[in-house]
Design a protein around this ligand. Structure first.
Ligand SMILES: *[C@@H]1O[C@H](CO)[C@@H](O)[C@H](O)[C@H]1NC(C)=O
Ligand SMILES: *[C@@H]1O[C@H](CO)[C@@H](O)[C@H](O)[C@H]1NC(C)=O
Ligand SMILES: *[C@@H]1O[C@H](CO)[C@@H](O)[C@H](O)[C@H]1NC(C)=O
Length: 341
């Protein structure tokens, strides 16, 4: 299982440097990554039991809240990172489709701080068959979406919306679809499934913006401090139809990007990130997105097809370009607990 192998790999990386750890920036980085992943695994492994007990007790839709806040409670204290919330009252809207921005596996920390009761997450359907995660996610009421099958995907989105309304539960989605981290605050294009669900179900959207935390966490650096998260007022979808999906996605993204720029502390880094030096450390981080400067990403938004040099950006472009307002793909990095690879 990738999760465990990743854990063991991190621990293996950790052991040779453990003594020197606190005396070198690199050692500190590895040690803190190791602690983060270890705590994530520990909470992850016990969450199955939590989920089972809570489901039996009829509290299925509070499972994510309990597991996430446990993780936050432990990890924020251990790593000395605090999440500062603004606009938390907007989370009382229920049902709501909460849209978040996705930077790295450290997002679980702010999810842990903000994740409300009576809410679940959306994940791609293939995870359903993962022996550990699949069970946990089933127990916590995850909305599974079929990728690459538009008709089925739409049916499951609509059924999810109807279920949310009937139960008055909310749903959290990373609309960018994959994690993305760079020094300059920015967002990838949004995938449209969340907006389709919200419009079809007549459910309001509640954007949740986490500031760009590059200054605290990037390849080669994992510091301490405060990360700001701002919850925006609900955006009604009443009276909108399927034709409005793209416009709504754009509107929400614009608003979130403006907020992201407003709340992010941008500290110019004195040294380039230690990407090259670290090499394989990237394996704890995820897809090789972070070294791409802001320029290509912005070009993607402007939809210039031919000359996007970066492979990552052109992949994004292709994915987005093949959409015609009908989202079939679901959020890649959605299941944070369990694949920090
Ligand atoms: C969980 O599994 C049960 C039994 O297979 C199924 O009826 C239910 O729909 C699943 N729940 C989710 C959220 O997938
Ligand atoms: C926790 O982090 C803050 C902000 O970076 C720092 O000022 C403080 O000294 C840290 N506390 C400990 C115990 O390391
Ligand atoms: C979207 O595009 C695909 C081909 O790219 C096409 O088969 C499909 O009918 C289109 N859907 C809509 C709603 O236009």
């Amino acid at each position: 299982m990738s999760f465990l192998s990743c854990l063991f790999k991190s621990l293996a990386y950790l052991s040779p440097v453990i003594l020197a750890a606190w005396f070198t920036p690199m050692g500190r980085y590895y040690l803190r990554i190791g602690i983060y992943i270890t705590l994530m695994s520990a909470v992850g492994l016990t969450s199955g039991i939590t989920a089972f007990v809570m489901t039996v007790a009829g509290m299925k839709y509070d499972v994510n809240h309990v597991v996430a806040s446990t993780f936050y409670w432990v990890t924020s204290r251990t790593l000395n990172i605090t999440i500062e919330m603004e606009g938390e009252e907007n989370l009382q809207t229920r049902p709501a489709v909460m849209i978040g921005n996705h930077q790295s596996m450290v997002d679980i920390l702010w999810l842990g701080r903000m994740f409300p009761k009576q809410a679940s997450i959306m994940a791609k359907k293939s995870i359903k068959w993962n022996p550990v995660l699949g069970l946990f996610m089933n127990l916590s009421g995850t909305v599974f979406v079929d990728r690459g099958n538009s008709a089925k995907a739409h049916r499951s989105l609509e059924a999810a919306g109807a279920g949310m309304k009937a139960r008055r539960t909310s749903l959290f989605i990373f609309a960018e679809g994959t994690r993305h981290s760079e020094e300059v605050p920015n967002l990838l294009p949004f995938k449209k499934g969340a907006f389709h669900l919200a419009i079809k179900g007549g459910i309001p959207i509640v954007p949740v913006v986490c500031e760009n935390y590059w200054r605290l966490y990037r390849k080669g650096f994992f510091g301490t401090g405060t990360i700001k998260v701002k919850v925006l007022p609900p955006i009604s979808t009443a009276g909108l139809s399927i034709e409005d999906v793209s416009a709504l996605a754009t509107r929400v993204r614009d608003q979130m990007l403006a907020t992201l720029r407003e709340i992010s502390v941008t500290v110019p880094s004195e040294k380039p990130p230690l990407t090259e030096v670290l090499g394989d450390a990237a394996s704890t981080e995820g897809p090789p997105t972070p070294t791409i400067p802001s320029e290509p990403t912005r070009r993607v938004e402007e939809s210039e097809p031919a000359d996007v040099a970066s492979t990552t950006s052109s992949r994004v472009l292709q994915k987005d370009g093949s959409e015609n307002g009908t989202e079939t793909e679901e959020d890649e990095g959605m299941v944070l607990v369990g694949h920090p690879k």
